[in-house]
Design a protein around this ligand. Structure first.
Ligand code: M6R
Length: 612
């Protein structure tokens, strides 16, 4: 979704703004723009539809724009098509105020009509321009930008992160946030605002996270933060400890491939500190044994791949904990009148920690008395800060829109938490507890072996990339894993695909199988392997081409039936999806590569979905 950057400092702003925007390209966008204030010529705005490169060429890398104060934006269209006019920054009618916005202003039409009646002319179709015009209106009334921003925030409804500059203020930019991410960066040669830390990490590691309702005034020397009543607030500083190179491709052709390859290490970092002397240790959460024993039901709420982690966890947790686990899409949960009370534990899974639907669902769960435990990758993100407890996946920055290492680390962390709770409840045998933990520690090495065979998958992708419709079938954990395999393929290769529980095929979907249809058959879940094989035979009998994923144990049986087989190491069934998903990620990657798709930035998608 939209990316915002702002800089007030002692260096030329435009090149810094463009660099910051480039580092946020991964968030997904369709147009880009910057506004800079210069002593000689006031506000200068350059914006354009399309890739950042176009904007960079237009401004000679920013060199054309003088000035040390500016704001920049990459837009992911919500109101109004992607074009030059709807691109941000938006400028008020008298040309004095420029604004960038991430979020949605829900009552923008009503405000627009009101301003139109006052004679204000609008140039774009966006909700964001309305805020720029409203700011001018209040600024003319009160003569103070800070006061005008306060008045505007009281008037608008919806979600926002704003960056604002005004030609009357040579050094200050103003920022505000509600339900959209915004960080403050304290640099040596100036200070920043940005949608995420990747944009500023090259310049500073010293950041603070803005909270809802806060307004910040950023100058080259200071950042002053105020609450919605314009009372000053102190901000806690955080040091970013990951390296700039973690957010760079480092010789790989795509971030997605790099991140797939980083999975063994990411899992090691997520798991190792949490296993001590053969026990799961979760120092960072405060669930007491007494509370855990009183849990009556468990919800997992999430979106997209994080939701698929929930689907795998449902099988694993119900097996380990003997408690009902309901997995809900966050966008459905929040409006579903959910049955949550004090005895409900609500797991909230999110890579970014900023997904608006997930955050809203979490708030709803808390409002109803549920206790929330968030599994989040981005430190300091909104979900991490609002949940009752948070456990971080230590996957490092994930840049490709299609998640891989975040998914894998979420999966193992959920397995760890499941084991921990099952142990407290006494619902897991010592043998199984030890077996899962031992395999969990062996997982990075086994995953490395799967990755070393990437050329097998590459070859199968080159055989099958021309299919237009692909089915993923499997039972139990294989079905849950297939959901993720199918989503990966859809989002980056644009091939229609569906994941089906194999046993359900005969209730309708098998009518779609015809000679040549590609079926990706997942046969890694040992307890149901024979049943899964029957379904493979059924689709083969109807002419399907079968690409199978199975384990060493079942290699022989599978190879006799499937047209092509990828073999992965055996592990404990609870952990099998952690290995099984890797060939599916690689398959999606190589199919997309063969089809010439924009792998890291697939069409219409954003990395962090901060609108409803
Ligand atoms: O940041 P989150 O985990 O909350 O994001 C949820 C989904 O938007 C995300 O998993 C999405 O489905 C990915 N692009 C899938 O690869």
């Amino acid at each position: 979704m939209c990316g915002i950057i702002g800089f007030s400092g002692r260096e030329q702003a435009a090149p810094i703004l463009l660099d910051g925007l480039a580092r946020m390209e991964y968030r997904g966008y369709d147009s880009a723009g910057i506004a800079v204030r210069a002593e000689t010529c006031g506000l200068q705005v350059k914006k354009t539809k399309g890739r950042l490169q176009v904007l960079s060429t237009l401004t000679h890398g920013g060199a054309d724009l003088e000035g040390t104060l500016g704001i920049g934006h990459t837009r992911w269209a919500t109101h109004g098509e992607p074009n030059d006019i709807n691109a941000h920054p938006h400028v008020s009618e008298n040309g004095q105020i420029a604004l960038v916005h991430n979020g949605i202003i829900e009552n923008y039409l009503e405000i627009k009509e009101h301003l139109q009646k006052q004679g204000v002319t609008f140039t774009s179709d966006t909700d964001s321009e309305v805020v720029a015009q409203l700011l001018e209106f209040h600024y003319n009334e009160c003569g103070s930008m800070l006061e005008a921003v306060g008045r505007v925030l009281r008037r608008i409804e919806g979600s926002y992160a704003f960056g604002i500059i005004c030609s009357d203020y040579p050094n200050a930019l103003i920022a505000a946030r509600k339900d959209s991410p915004l960080i403050l960066g304290y640099g040596e040669n100036g200070n920043f605002i940005a949608s995420d830390v990747t944009a500023v990490i090259k310049y500073t590691r010293d950041v603070a996270y803005m909270d809802d309702g806060e307004i910040a005034v950023v100058t080259p020397e200071t950042i002053d933060v105020f609450d919605s009543e314009l009372m000053p607030r102190e901000k806690e500083h955080h040091q970013i400890d990951w390296d700039v190179s973690a957010a760079e491709k480092g010789g790989y052709a795509h971030f997605m491939f790099k991140e797939i390859m980083e999975q063994p290490e990411a899992i090691r970092k997520t798991v190792s500190p949490r296993i001590r002397e053969g026990r799961v240790v979760l120092d960072d959460i405060s669930l007491t044994a007494e509370y855990v024993k009183g849990i009556s039901r468990i919800f997992v709420i999430a979106c997209g791949s994080s939701y698929h982690v929930g689907m795998v966890s449902k099988y694993n947790w119900e097996h380990l904990l003997r408690r009902p686990v309901e997995v809900c899409l966050a966008s459905e949960f929040r409006y579903s009148d959910p049955l949550v009370d004090e005895s409900t534990l609500v797991l909230v899974i999110s890579q970014s920690g900023e997904t608006l639907d997930t955050m809203a669902a979490m708030r709803e769960a808390r409002r109803r008395g549920g206790r929330t435990l968030a599994i989040v990758n981005v430190v300091g993100s909104s979900i991490a800060r609002e949940a009752d407890d948070v456990l971080y996946t230590w996957a490092g920055p994930e840049i490709a829109v299609a998640t891989t290492k975040a998914y894998s680390t979420q999966l193992v962390l959920m397995d760890l938490v499941g084991l921990y709770l099952a142990d407290l409840l006494g619902t897991v045998s010592r043998e199984e507890y030890d077996a899962v933990l031992a395999e969990m520690q062996a997982l990075p090495e086994k995953m490395q072996r799967v990755l070393e065979n990437f050329e097998d998958v590459q070859y199968f992708a080159s055989r099958y990339f021309n299919h237009n419709s692909i089915f993923f079938i499997g039972r139990n954990l294989d079905y849950a894993m297939g959901l993720e395999g199918s989503l990966k393929l859809k989002e980056i290769s644009y091939i229609h695909s569906e994941a089906y529980a194999s046993g359900e095929l005969k209730h309708g979907t098998i009518s779609l199988i015809e000679p040549g249809t590609l079926v990706v058959a997942l046969g890694t879940f040992a307890p149901l392997f024979d049943k899964a094989m029957s379904n493979v035979v059924e689709v083969k009998a109807r002419g399907a081409e079968v690409l199978a994923v199975t384990t060493e144990m079942f290699r022989e049986k599978m190879e006799k039936t499937a047209n092509s087989t990828v073999v992965i190491p055996d592990t404990h069934p609870v952990l099998q999806p952690s290995l099984g998903v890797v060939p599916l990620q690689l398959f999606a990657y190589y199919v997309a590569l063969q089809r010439g798709c924009d792998i890291d930035k697939p069409r219409n998608l954003a990395k962090s979905v901060t609108v409803e």
